[in-house]
Design a protein around this ligand. Structure first.
Ligand SMILES: *Cc1c(COP(=O)(O)O)cnc(C)c1O
Length: 400
């Protein structure tokens, strides 16, 4: 789908895209079509599937409106929708990997992807290696003759390493590898993987796109080379997303620009405040000049979102440390304790990236064993900082 060249700003684009069906009685939003069967005029037409929509699983005006909107945003040849972010990643992997292939994945990948590689791909005869996110240009050492594809996630989950995506793509393309990227943190508003030559751009729409903690959905946007295999794999696997969820995701997309702007200023304010505290050793947020990947982030991204980790200063034993982190989290009144992020409300959790599900190539970096991950929501940042003060005070009071 072609971009409207008269639209310069993403916020304007967000208000216009995915509205081919607006001519339906003049309503602005697409109808929520609950459908399995689509009727054909006659048997010959049915046999040739000679109409725009042929069966609920293969799309409706509702799903097409959302896919079309993402297609414009991602500057893609096509977009496949999936029932969760994780299933978007798995369909993307299955569209390009076969028995006997070798798959390279960043070591700081969203942990369930590691379990998919080890629990499903391994069983299908596809071997996965994990590369160090903080040294991503050394990736060539891990290549094998049968390496087929490489999955990036930048910044990395929990530890937020920024990778040199243009360079990685260049290395991958020189070897004819297929490149996949989980771009959930930045969204296509702050980083466009396909514009950097990535083949498959994956989004957990569950997070910022939906934005209200009430939907599970995923998408894979594809460049032209990988599109036929991706669409075919979705078809063969029978993936489908319910129309209410698609509708909510499209509705969320409309306000993505303004929400991200607010998430960004609040997150930067809170991250800077945390960094200045004597009782914090590190803040892992790419928008901070102290972040090791800051220069790369600044070069490639047009913004930062609101998820980051920090390490409170602690000299206790690992057990005492853990107890103090739990005390911090339990004292919070505004930050909810729960998985996911990207919604309007702030969230916090204990993150242990060195745990056995998380890291393989890199396990020894100092100061990453006990982190608190925050998602800064749309509340006022001053209220959130007061809440974090409560956490610090409980942290210091908690005996080891
Ligand atoms: C949450 C998340 C996913 C998975 O999304 P779901 O919709 O929860 O399946 C994938 N990648 C990243 C980076 C995530 O944070």
């Amino acid at each position: 789908m072609k971009k409207d060249e008269t639209i310069v700003h993403a916020d304007t684009q967000l208000a216009r895209i995915g509205r081919s069906f607006q001519h339906i009685h003049g309503f602005i939003n697409p109808p929520v079509i609950h459908a399995s069967t689509v009727l054909f005029k006659n048997s010959e037409m049915l046999e040739k599937e000679a109409q725009s929509f042929v069966y609920g699983r293969h799309g409706t005006p509702t799903s097409q409106s959302f896919a079309e909107a993402l297609c414009v945003l991602e500057e893609a040849k096509g977009v496949v929708l999936a029932p969760s972010g994780l299933s978007a990643i798995t369909v993307a992997c299955l569209s390009c990997l076969s028995a006997g292939d070798h798959f390279l994945v960043v070591d700081s990948v969203y942990a369930p992807v590691r379990r998919f590689c080890e629990g499903v791909l391994a069983r299908l005869g596809i071997e996965t290696s994990f590369y160090d996110p903080s040294d991503s240009t050394e990736i060539s050492d891990l290549f094998r003759p049968n390496t087929r594809a490489i999955l990036f996630e930048s910044p990395g989950s929990l530890t937020f390493e920024i990778q040199d995506i243009p360079k990685l793509v260049e290395i991958a393309k020189a070897r004819d590898l297929i490149t996949l990227m989980d771009n959930t943190w930045a969204t296509p508003l702050y980083f466009r993987p396909l514009a950097y030559g990535v083949d498959l751009s994956i989004q957990a729409g569950t997070k910022y796109i939906s934005g209200h903690s009430d939907v599970m959905i995923g998408s894979v946007a594809s460049g032209p080379a990988t599109w036929p295999a991706l669409e075919k794999t979705r078809r063969l696997l029978g993936l489908h997303v319910g129309p209410d969820d698609v509708y909510l995701a499209l509705r969320g997309l409309r306000s993505l620009g303004v929400r991200l702007a607010r998430h960004q200023t609040s997150a930067l304010q809170i991250a800077s405040w945390l960094e200045k505290r004597a009782d914090v050793t590190r803040v892992l947020y790419p928008a901070l000049p102290s972040h090791p990947g800051h220069a790369l982030w600044k070069r490639d991204f047009s913004g930062a979102t609101s998820v980051f980790s920090f390490a409170p200063l602690c000299n206790a034993s690992p057990r005492g440390h853990r107890r103090k982190i739990h005390a911090f989290l339990n004292a919070l009144q505004l930050f909810g304790l729960g998985y996911s992020w990207g919604g309007f409300e702030s969230l916090a959790l204990r993150a242990t990236p060195q745990g056995r599900y998380f890291r393989e190539a890199q396990t020894s970096e100092q100061g990453l064993s006990e982190l608190i991950r925050l998602h800064i929501g749309l509340e006022h940042p001053e209220d959130l900082m007061r809440d974090l003060e409560r956490g610090f005070s409980a942290f210091h009071k908690q005996s080891e």
